[in-house]
Write a protein that binds this ligand. Structure first.
Ligand code: NAD
Length: 300
């Protein structure tokens, strides 16, 4: 391993006859488990009063059900009471806003979370803006999103915080590292780019308008892909030794969940890579628990 400008680069086999060095897997399940242990200890410092996280869902979506179950398990492990409220599928935006306002006014509720996807006719931005920013544990209220431009906020968007945590877990020095974020959505791509910018990474954001994606991805010491297209990034688009964080969640042709990165070819080239499932997802849930404890007053 050599260092360049403070950034560790893993030396890859350059002789075509030498076998590729497989990437280290960034095991999100294990990293999330370690986080939950720390969070449980921090929760203990808040005393015996219950810490409540309320999740609101409209109708019942099978994809959301998996997330809710994972969130409930993580909450129980950390010592957070998670209440799941199901509004009927016919609920209107006004019904949802009324439920949020009621929870905003309840002091024992530390965090409020609205499950997606929302039915057509309900504007997610209006909904997110209605949550008290101090209870906005997903970190998506405009006040929390805006605060990201100044500094890392107390309640950052969970997926962005997870991507940053995974990049830091490699031990890489992010300062000066070439970081490429593919995807520029409000909830994922943009906040990831800004969080990594705060770490003095040199950040490029690619998106649907980017002309030659490969010209950018091949330069990346840290490559974060958050698009929602299976197989968008292949091994030949990755710089040898790079840290690859795959945020994408897609259903593969055989029904299995896959990321945006072709794992097999990428793992032969990258230095580190997150699997899907079992990478960014579990760490995102752990970040939701961290935000809930922070909303309850914990310093964690
Ligand atoms: P989105 O649809 O809002 O945004 C997609 C982004 O990809 C856009 O910025 C668009 O410009 C870009 N894009 C589209 N086609 C492209 C192309 N060919 N080349 C380069 N960029 C392209 O999606 P999102 O909400 O940001 O989610 C992205 C992915 O992340 C989805 O698969 C989603 O399921 C997943 N996700 C995962 C987590 C998690 O915790 N693991 C959380 C949220 C979202």
């Amino acid at each position: 391993m050599r260092r360049s400008g403070g950034f560790a680069i893993v030396r890859r086999a350059t002789n075509p006859r030498s076998p590729p060095v497989p990437a280290q897997i960034l095991d999100g399940r294990q990293i999330a488990q370690q986080m939950r242990e720390k969070l449980r200890a921090a929760r203990g410092q808040l005393g015996p009063q219950p810490i409540r996280l309320v999740s609101i869902e409209i109708g019942q979506n099978p994809a959301a059900a998996v997330y809710v179950r994972n969130q409930q398990r993580a909450a129980a492990e950390v010592g957070i009471e998670m209440e799941v409220r199901n509004l009927p599928l016919a609920a209107t935006e006004a019904d949802l806003l009324a439920a949020i306002r009621e929870l905003n006014g309840r002091p024992e509720v530390a965090g409020v979370l609205v499950q997606r996807p929302l039915p057509p006719g309900i504007d997610p931005r209006v909904v997110q803006s209605a949550i008290d920013p101090h209870k906005d544990v997903e970190g998506m209220h405009p006040a929390n999103m805006g605060a990201i431009l100044y500094r890392e906020p107390t309640l950052p968007p969970c997926t962005a915080a997870a991507a940053q945590h995974l990049a830091l877990s490699t031990g890489m020095d992010l300062r000066g590292a070439e970081t490429v974020v593919v995807g520029h959505s409000e909830i994922v791509g943009k906040p990831i780019a800004v969080l990594l910018l705060h770490r003095l990474s040199t950040v490029t954001v690619c998106h649907v308008g980017t002309r030659r994606l490969v010209d950018h991805t091949r330069r990346a010491d840290i490559l974060v892909v958050a698009v929602g297209k299976a197989g968008l990034v292949h091994g030949d688009m990755i710089k040898p030794g790079a840290c690859v964080i795959d945020v994408g969640i897609n259903q593969g042709p055989d029904g299995r969940i896959v990321g945006d990165v072709d794992f097999a070819s990428a793992a032969d080239v990258a230095g580190w890579i997150t699997p899907v499932p079992g990478g960014v997802g579990p760490v995102t849930v752990a970040m939701l628990m961290r935000n809930t404890l922070r909303a309850a007053g914990a310093t964690v």
